[in-house]
Design a binder for this molecule. Structure first.
Ligand code: GTP
Ligand code: MG
Length: 463
């Protein structure tokens, strides 16, 4: 079934709906060239078309009526996007014209392409692995510079190469184990467990953990980071929201308990989208409406990727500040000492000593002093010390990759335990194979069909 569908010729409008200077209809498959000859009349008569060359002419319907003037290109397999013969017709960017041309192509025997089918064919033909196909979606969807650079890195193989290195190491471990299975001899120690352990640790587990560590960064860059500003009433949370937004979004007054509901806005932190949430100041003696706001604030803190824990540096640190701080639990945080425009140096230093375990930034939400330091601290938190984009080919696994990487690591850990316990070699091989198969899922070697379908269904039609 799959094979038959593969041999079908598919066609779709490749440019987005709406009016544009140019619109493109794309055809891929064995009938692409015959269909071109049937409906395209080149300016100078010719029977065949040279590969990768543009021709000027007209597209006509079955009755010979001109549908549009176009540029046509025929790209002969295998040096094409899908590794099949491809034809592209560049017409005027009118949806009516494009639909009429596509209609003619379908009447000539092509089938309407499904979402992502061109890229799926590129993958099935082995031109790109699955991580590169996924990078195409990321690139189409990227909303920021950082997201775009990550997608391009992955398109160039940043993730693929790392996975291949891991797979290679596991294949070598498996080879050693399989030799021992083929020549069983109870009297002789056939495998050097220590050597395998060392290789497993250095060449598989450590880089695997490293990749898993990068996955959070990937999620945040793709989807944005959720940042919550939390602190006691009146410390200046709403003032910070306004300063980051550069507009008077939230009410600011000298009265504690001004903000009742949570306020959410989207900003960009050095190119990373961030949803920033201002919350009600948290205190114990609050009346009922304020109390509801405080419950919301606590919930937002629990769901946050990052909490900006704010204290008023101009006032002495209180027991409530400390209590609230420890109630944050293990959520990632940056301590923000606000109001440094009116705070004394001793007060600031005392607060710094209390919160020395966390990254800490001094700011004035009123004068905007320190605001760029805060933005850099947030950016560093997202990217980690490795400063992702300094890497030549930045890499950030997505949610799907992360789950499979974790499965692979779990199999490695079982292999390690089994090795130390002196389990029989064939059982060791089972674990090594499991770890290897997970990695095969990432690049598309062993990925189940339903997962593939889900990935390609995310594409638009024509890609
Ligand atoms: N001097 C100075 N005053 C500030 C600064 N930031 C905020 N304030 C003042 O502190 C008071 C409280 O500010 P808000 O931004 O409303 O504080 P909040 O944390 O949102 O307060 P609640 O919503 O009540 O929890 C206002 O009078 C602000 O003008 C600052 O950096 N310097
Ligand atoms: Mg407020």
């Amino acid at each position: 079934m799959a094979g038959r569908r593969q041999s079908e010729t598919i066609a779709a409008i490749a440019t987005p709906p709406g009016v544009g200077g140019i619109g493109i209809v794309r055809i891929s498959g064995p009938e692409a060239h015959p269909i071109l000859r049937a409906l395209f009349t080149p300016n100078k008569p010719r029977e065949t078309f040279r590969s990768h060359t543009l021709y000027y002419g007209t597209v006509r319907d079955a009755a010979g009526k001109v549908l549009d003037e176009v540029l046509a290109v025929y790209m002969k397999a295998p040096n094409t996007y899908t590794r099949e013969d491809i034809v592209e017709l560049h017409s005027h960017g009118s949806y009516l014209v494009l639909s009429a041309i596509l209609g003619e192509i379908l009447r000539k025997g092509a089938r309407a392409a499904e979402a992502g089918e061109f890229t799926k064919r590129a993958f099935l033909a082995g031109r790109i692995d699955l991580t590169r196909a996924e990078a195409v979606i990321d690139l189409l969807r990227a909303r920021t510079d950082t997201g775009m650079q990550l997608a391009v890195g992955q398109l160039q193989g940043s993730l693929y190469q790392r996975i291949e290195a891991l797979r290679q190491a596991l294949v070598e471990i498996l080879a050693v184990l399989e030799v021992a299975i083929d020549f069983p001899d109870d009297d002789v120690e056939l495998i050097d467990s220590q050597a395998i352990l060392t290789k497993l640790e250095q060449q598989v587990e450590a880089p695997l953990s490293g990749l898993i560590g990068l996955a959070d960064r990937g999620r945040i860059i793709r989807e944005g980071i959720s940042i919550v500003i939390a602190g006691l009433p009146n410390v200046g949370k709403s003032s910070l929201l306004n300063a980051l937004l550069q507009e008077d979004r939230a009410l600011v007054t000298p009265i504690p308990g001004t903000t009742r509901d949570t306020i959410e806005e989207v900003i960009s932190i050095n190119g990373v989208p961030a949803r920033i949430v201002d919350t009600a100041g948290i205190r114990s003696e609050a009346e009922s409406i304020e109390e509801l706001g405080i419950q919301r604030a606590r919930r937002k803190v629990r769901e946050a990727d990052l909490v900006l824990f704010m204290v008023d540096a101009a006032a002495p640190l209180t027991a409530q500040d400390r209590e609230l701080y420890s109630s944050l639990g293990d959520v990632d945080r940056i301590v923000v000492l606000n109001k440094i425009d009116i705070a004394g140096e001793e007060g600031v230093e005392a607060a710094e000593a209390v919160f020395s375990a966390d990254p800490l930034v001094r700011i004035s939400a009123r004068s905007h002093e320190g605001l760029t330091d805060l933005q850099s601290a947030i950016y560093t938190h997202i990217m980690g010390d490795s400063a992702a984009l300094q890497e030549r080919e930045p890499c950030a696994p997505n949610v799907r990759h992360r789950l499979v990487l974790e499965e692979s690591l779990a199999a490695c850990r079982r292999l390690r335990t089994a090795l130390s316990a002196g389990v029989t070699v064939d059982l060791l091989a089972v674990e090594a194979q499991a770890a290897l198969d997970c990695l095969g899922d990432i690049v598309g070697l062993t990925t189940p069909d339903d997962v593939l379908d889900r990935i390609f269904a995310e594409f638009c039609i024509g890609k």
